[in-house]
Design a protein around this ligand. Structure first.
Ligand SMILES: N[C@@H](CCC(=O)N[C@@H](CS)C(=O)NCC(=O)O)C(=O)O
Length: 212
């Protein structure tokens, strides 16, 4: 297996935190997005969608979605489960993953990519030319605000996003908080449940790292 990734970027970071928590070490190649290496021919041959992370398996299959890659690795390395253990927990982890990706991740990306001259004609990841839509900057900010409140309501009810246990959903949220920093947004002060959850989630990651 070989992982093509770029450590500073948010989707690679989601996968890296998953790997770190479980103590999985992979042969890794950095695709330097600052130099637009994701568009180079050698990487296009690995992932024609020109996105990272991409996990190339020994049989030639390439997994290009973080969620699919995590499902695959969880099956290979079931210790320290991050995708839930009961039917309900599994459903909640995937539901939160989907919800956070579609609402908060996309909202932050909308702000970041539609308001930044460095992303002219690259408003969406991938090889296709996509023009920026400046109005999406404000819409993205509004969606993110609604997202924080949605998450805060959930964290009022349970210690972690998908219930009693730390999961990929918490990793996704941690990376949302970091990614929001890229657009100078932060968890609103009044979202007290998210603020209480942050040290709890970081402690779960640190505890797992300490077990390696
Ligand atoms: N569908 C992918 C999304 C991957 C993605 O969008 N990755 C970003 C980095 S965070 C990327 O490769 N962007 C390429 C670009 O901006 O050109 C997943 O879930 O893993």
């Amino acid at each position: 297996m070989k992982l093509y990734t770029y450590d500073p970027a948010p989707n690679p970071r989601r996968l890296q935190l998953f790997l770190d928590y479980k103590g999985i070490k992979l042969d890794t190649v950095q695709i330097d997005m600052m130099k637009q290496a994701q568009f180079e021919e050698s990487f296009r041959k690995v992932n024609p969608m020109c996105t990272v992370p991409a996990l190339a398996l020994d049989d030639g299959t390439v997994l290009t979605e973080v969620i699919g890659t995590c499902v695959y690795l969880e099956a290979l390395y079931p210790e320290k489960p991050l995708l839930g253990t009961t039917a309900l927990e599994k459903a909640q982890v995937i539901s939160w993953n989907h919800r956070l990706f579609n609402s908060m991740f996309h909202a932050i990306a909308e702000v970041f990519r539609n308001g930044n001259p460095a992303f002219a004609d690259r408003a969406l990841p991938g090889p296709m030319k996509v023009a920026q839509i400046p109005a999406l900057v404000d819409r993205g900010k509004q969606r993110l605000e609604a997202g924080w409140r949605m998450v805060d309501r959930a964290l009022a009810k349970s210690p972690f996003l998908a219930g009693e246990h730390f999961s990929l959903a918490d990793i996704d949220l941690l990376v949302c908080v970091e990614f929001a920093g890229w657009i100078k947004a932060a968890v609103p002060d009044e979202c007290s449940h998210i603020h209480a959850w942050l040290p709890r989630a970081k402690a779960a990651l640190e505890a797992a790292a300490g077990e390696q």
